[in-house]
Design a binder for this molecule. Sequence first.
Ligand code: KIV
Ligand code: ZN
Length: 524
Amino acid sequence: MTNATDQDRVLIFDTTLRDGEQSPGATMTHDEKLEIAELLDEMGVDIIEAGFPIASEGDFKAVSEIAKRAKNARICGLARANFADIDRCWEAVKHAEKNRIHTFIGTSPLHRAIPNLTMDEMADKIHETVSHARNLCENVQWSPMDATRTEWDYLCRVIEIAIKAGATTINIPDTVGYTAPVESADLIRRLIETVPGADEVVFATHCHNDLGMATANALAAVAGGARQIECTVNGLGERAGNTALEEVVMALKVRNDIMPWHTGIDTTKIMHISRRVSTVSGFPVQFNKAIVGKNAFAHESGIHQDGMLKNKETFEIMRPEDVGLSGTSLPLGKHSGRAALRDKLSNLGYEVGDNQLKDIFIRFKELADRKKEVFDDDIVALMRSGEDAENDHLQLVSMKVICGTGGPAEATVEMEIDGKDVTATEQGDGPVDATFKAIRKLHPSTAHLQLYQVHAVTEGTDAQATVSVRLEEDGMIATGQSANTDTVVASAKAYINALNRLIVRREKAGPGADAREISYKDLT
Ligand code: KIV
Ligand code: ZN
């Protein structure tokens, strides 16, 4: 960072464990919260809002434990504007070396109407509660909830009261995601210019994403003078969520030329925490989500792939490595061109001449028209169909399965393995399990079953079932697919299909080959 001053440092306040966890269905367990807090601390988050201690015994315990374990981050808890909340919050955060009480009250006309307080009564409450918090903790954040819909004069008045009562951070929440970037910058700028004592405190911005402007609003607020951004990993949060941590941090990094502010975040940890938050919250990340979506560094169209292979800067404004990915992905699909196909073939161990490439390209396009995404082993199969497709090492000859309510399922499978006829019978937990066991008995394999999926392609009880199986062995991945009106037969064929592909992949890669280089595992 060149010419950066302390004035340019923006604090990152992460509220994934409080506002993020408030998303319906995003509840995390105690251990999951501790894990996420540790990751946030490690990546350089300045303040972690770890929960709402009075909300439940579980929240209290999680905030207390996170406070005890924190290494660098300041640990904050949320409290409404009453003494019981504030005391409970302090009991939890006091264990941290650096702590904070965050207390709030809704100041807009709509929110004042709920406790039915007059402006003066609310002003008194703010004075009392902030003073109480400050008597307990030297670091107090105060938020006028729904600030962006609060009358200007009243907002200035209550902020002044909170500062006088000892608040050290004033947070301006756009609780319902109503504001626009120009207003966001202007509001913070005018508050700092107008409110007595504003220069003694840090102004923070807390934006919700109801109109999709949370990140833009947060950055605009920084332009207006805010020096703390409140955000969540993956933008998790109530309704449409909050400002996404990864978006503001990367925007400040990539566009430092026009936004000369910086954070203390280690951006290479972004991808990992994004995936963990997605897993533990149960909220998948949309494929095209900025920075952390599966497609954020993936290029499928021919022109883009060709450009990327020549110079990555043609279509990428940041390096995948900067967010913790090992590289770009060039998934093959119907928009891909010859350059990407040749590159993929070469990664898979096939060096082809121009004429052969022409032929494979035609067959690849036919396949891509039928399939959404063409995987590595589809390409291997394409290559094989030109070589020795009929020579699958493993073939299903026949099978019989007995299953029902009376006991374990039993499968008898007859296969031809490299020309030799063999049969095995195995029992299992259901017909598919018994079948896979019988196949493994005939062809022992250490391949780990990563995915087993059944889709009905047609309707009715005679529907065609398409079964997909994904196997992984020593970092090498192979998928198999088969369709049949009998789901168990489709399963057996898909499994055998995947095993055959694995055998070919192993032969192609040769001993000691590093499968990671060809599987783009990071993005799947
Ligand atoms: O959105 C909001 O107003 C909040 C406050 C509690 C700060 O989350
Ligand atoms: Zn919020």
